[in-house]
Structure formats: C-alpha cells, structure tokens
Design a protein around this ligand. Sequence first.
Ligand code: OSB
Ligand code: MG
Length: 382
Amino acid sequence: MTVPKSPTAALEAIPAPKLDHVDLVTVKLPFVVPFGTSVYVWTDKEAMLMRLESGGIAAWSECVSDPDPFYFYETNGTARHIIKDFLLPLVEPGMTLGALEERFRHVRGHGMAKATIENGLLVLIALERGVPLHELLGFPAKKIMSGLSIGLKETPADLVAAVEGAVAKGYHRVKMKVKKGQDVEWVRAVRDRFPDLRLMVDANGDYSLADMDHLRRLDQFGLMMIEQPLSYSDIYEHSLLQREMKTAICLDESIHSPADAATAIALGACRIINIKQGRVGGLMESIRIARYCADRGVDVWSGGMDETGIGRAVNIHLQTAEGFTLPGDTSETSNYFDEDIADPPVVLDAEGFIRITAGPGLGVTVVAERILKRAIRWERLR
Ligand code: OSB
Ligand code: MG
C-alpha cells in the first residue's frame, strides 16, 4: 500500500525564523452595515493582529476570533492567553514548522490561536524568500472565485435589494443567513427574483432534528447547500438530516480538525465542507483537509470571519490550494469596511473574480497610520 505524500511535507521541513519581536495589536473597525446571524449581530470587527519581526522584516497575521464566544468558543481574550502563556513560548528559532505543529498539539483545541502564529511564520518566511504566500504553500497563482455572505435583514425587500447588489457586482454565489422564522419565505423571495442564481443559506446551528420537515421545504429552491443547519457541536444528527434532504449539507462550526472532516465524511453528515483556516488551526491543516476531501470527491470552500485585509489576504492565498472547488465567503473589502488597515482593498474584476495582488508574502501593505488610528490595545510579547 502506498501512503499518499502529505501536501504539506515541504512546508513541515522549513525551519522557523528567529523572532526578534512579537506584538499583539487589537484594532476595531466599524462595519459598513451591521452583520446579523442567528447567533448575534456584529456592528464592528474587533480583530487581534500579530506582528512578527525578524532581521528587520515584519510580517502580519490576524487571529480570526471575535471578542465574544457566540460563533466559536475562542475569543480574542482566550487567544491572547493561549498565545502568550502556552504557544509562543514553544516557538524556538531553527525548529521546523512540522516540529512546531507537533509541540502545538500538546495544547488541545484553540486552532485560531495556533493559526495566528503559524500563518504569521509562513508569511514571514515568504517575505524573507521574496515569494508570494501561495507560492511558498506550493500552489500557482489563479483567479479566486468570489462569494458574498449577506446577514439577516429587516424585511424580505431589504434582502432582495442586497442580493440585487451582489448580482450586479458579479459575485459567483450568494449566501444568505437564515434562522427559525426567517427562512423559507425569505429564500422564496430571493428565488422568485433570481431563478438561476447560485444561492445557499447558512443557519449557524439554529435548528434541531425536530425541524426536519420544515428544513425539507428548502429542497424546492435548488440551493447549492445549507450550511450548519443543526447544532454547532453536532456531526451525527447532520448525517440523519442529510439522508432526508436533497439539498447538500455543508458543515462549518462542527469541523475543527482533519479528524472531524473524516468523521463527517464517513458518516455522510455533509457533502461539502467550509474550511475556515483559523477554526482548523492554520494554513497547513487547511491544505491537508482540502486534499483529504478532494481525494474523496467532497467539495470545500474557504469560509470567512469578516476579516481585515490581512486575514482576507490569507484566505485568498489559501484558495489556490488543491480542493477549493467552490466559491468561498471572499467578498470585496467595501462590503465590510469604508477604510481597511491594509492596501489595496479586495475588489472583483469584471467577471467577478479576485486577482491575487503580486508581491511577496500576502501582497498587501499594512498601513501604519491606520493601525494607529484603529488600535485599541497594543502588547509586546517578545
Ligand atoms: O458562519 O460563516 C459564518 C461571519 C462571522 C462568523 C460566522 C460566519 C460569518 C460569515 C461571514 O458568514 C463570512 C465573511 O464574509 O467573511
Ligand atoms: Mg457559517
């Protein structure tokens, strides 16, 4: 039997650079419009950024947690604690990234905290080598598909207006949030207006198996998928629901690791997986999950956490990896922020694609004045 070569073997062999300084900078950016979901309404993005400096080169990464634990158990507060007290002390110069990941496994969970350091190191290494992040990861540049995630709206008319805007922009697919009592008729309103739109819904875990008959009513709309209909922590019950629904189920919240992806696929709990690089512990785990899914005919796409330009760029580079076959939650910067902390902003081209900006590392410049303007906390860890 031949064991397939890990898609991250080359990355695992790279030695970690010596870190002269590590800072955590929390910025607060107001959203253009509030982002409503079944679990919470966010009015701004409070992002904890990491700055890693080595030999005069500075790399940035973004912890994708929120200040609250309403979508995921990690928060900016827990990530700070785990990074400062457990993960960063494990990082020694010269150790390979594979050895570092192995040490990080001693800390259970806390993927968003782990991803902040690992992604930062990868960006730093890419900058040192003068190559774009996707090239360091081992994938050629390509045009990235776009997708918009539309939050809960006050009225179906407001929702249809938002979808009209997305269609006019050329987004490759539109996701709308749903919750109990704001689902079938709202999807119908969008479907009636756009019969051929690539449309999907995300419930963020608002339903239970008792709602099965109701959820099956969504089958009539030809949706691409329904994301996380049942509990944030469930895999098994999704397998029972998937058997009874035509619409593909996509898991988001339930997938924290390659093992979770394997469980979900083995149980038939979903046909599609949303990979959020932070939620699964970073770029390397994301690449492994995407390859595992590709080998089994399961589509994956890159989720988003309303990131600033730093995290948004990480997600864009990740989507060059094998297996990212569907449009992700990667939208224009202007959908979230009037002014981001990085340049250039993400924009769609005439065909709705996102072009990876050329240049080493993330290909975006973090603007110091905007960081200073938006910073609410700055802490030097090293
Ligand atoms: O469930 O995918 C989700 C944002 C915050 C928390 C959870 C989710 C989301 C999104 C937005 O849907 C994705 C994005 O546009 O970045
Ligand atoms: Mg989701």
